[in-house]
Design a protein around this ligand. Sequence first.
Ligand code: AGP
Length: 609
Amino acid sequence: MCGIVGYIGNKNACEVILNGLNKLEYRGYDSSGIALNIDGKIEVYKYKGRIKNLEDRILSLDLNSGCGIGHTRWATHGAPSDRNAHPHTNMDGTIALVHNGIIENFVALKEWLINEHGVEFRSETDTEVIAHLIDHFYNGDLLDAVYKAVGKMKGAYALGVVHCDEPGKIIAVRKDSPLIVGIGKDENFIASDIPALLKYTKDVYLINNDEFVMLTKDEIKIFNENRQEIKREVFHVTWDADAAEKEGFDHFMLKEIYEQPKGIDITLNRRINEKGAINLDGITITKEDLDKINRIYIVACGTAYHAGLIGKYAIEKFAKIPVEVEVASEFRYREPFIDDTTLFIAISQSGETSDTLAALREAKNKGARILTIVNVVGSSVARESDDVFYTWAGPEIAVASTKAFTTQLISVYLIALYMAEVRGTIEKEYYDLVLRELKALPDKVEKILKNAEPVKEIAEIQHEKQHAFFIGRGVDVTVALEASLKLKEISYINSFAIPAGELKHGPIALIEDGTFLTAIATQDHLYDKMLSNIQEVKARGAYVIGVAKESNKLIEHQADKVIYIPDCIDEVTPILSIVPLQLLAYYIAVMRGCDVDKPKNLAKSVTVE
Ligand code: AGP
């Protein structure tokens, strides 16, 4: 996510803001910038790359100002570049602003500003629209102009705004993006998150949605959407800086597991209109396009490969098109059949995985259409694709992928349903049912996360095991693969996953007293077979953790412990059933004293072969 910082007071605003931006680095970013009010002029410095890039260019300039705003950008609209970096300004540079969020109606607003008011845009961002909107409404009162501009906007935003004619003032406002106000002595602050301010103050106001803030160095005023001033309790921060970056979570991985409801919601609901039509961010795949496609490959690595397996399931089930899924490191060396009737779908969180990138380039060189599902805007995979569908999981810091995975699953379901609708291979009521079930997932994931205690208890019992098995049938095989990868990569337990039906073809020879085995049994039509498999392994001494839907209680008589997921249709269970298994891997790794966020030998982005 982007990070914003603002300062007004007697210190050097440039130093305070840069310190704050450095403390927000963990949020992930690709560029940074600062705007300072110097002698009644707004000076803006902003560059692609690390904050050090910005520091190297401005610290020698001795910029003396007591008022300014700064930003670290996590690109959503417009690739990382100097001109797309924040702060953004109006045409005459009298206003500067920083923004964290997404303005959903920015295209219409941009057209209105260009056609009706001759505004000239200098960036590809949604944010720049806000600067021109505020300018349009500005009539000597910055707070008033921000109210009017915000009234035109739809989407999520946390804004910090300054005007050269109001040098001692910062205006801020939030909706669905975080914003806090730091309370100092003869100085005040705004920021996206507490770590940015901890060096200067531990007293903050937590700002709620649709609240506006007017800051001077001596005064903080908070207003509601009706412009009435409101009082707010001071929140005293008890965390230290490191804990605050994780917003009170012990590890980034746990924080990112708990961010999944929001990531799923944003990735899903911003792409479905009120009539239930799916918009793939402007990607058009017509019926003619699909009729021309002879082969679909989904290619990825690790967790992203597992998302590809669910993609195969969804596209074949809904769109009735055969799909081949391969790990990128194999795909590129086996001389696959590729031509201009091939659709190549790459999935990648980082967008920099060298195996995936190399496979994509091979497919592109041979004429395939390249569609990618990627989390990092402007990454290499994104830049080299014909079509990009972004997961909006926000930056994923922990090496073990969690929220990127569930948003990748949402993405493949949306693409599959879109294709099915275009091809006419799905009944309307079934399409509507699946969409309804997907929309209900954020709340169901939230419910699972609120009931993590049983999972922790299982981790207590099993965390000293050296081996672990995961079994499943149908889509639960993929969940078993992903759960097994999570466990092995952060706890170093030797775990593996197999289709339950394969047990009798060899692996059951390994089952003995106390074998730690997780049986994922969420598919109604395969439930009885899974119960039989559980009996088989129980008979040989295994300790079985069952994963099942709430309404399927029979499993309690077979398994030693059961983790339930909220009822849903079979098709969408993977997005739910993986969540408690992410938590299980997390708790086991913590109890084994492992470095959960940075497991040994692993990198967050594997940019080497
Ligand atoms: C998943 O937890 C691992 N960190 C790893 O398998 C990862 O999924 C794989 O390296 C692919 O990374 P990407 O999604 O960034 O391409």
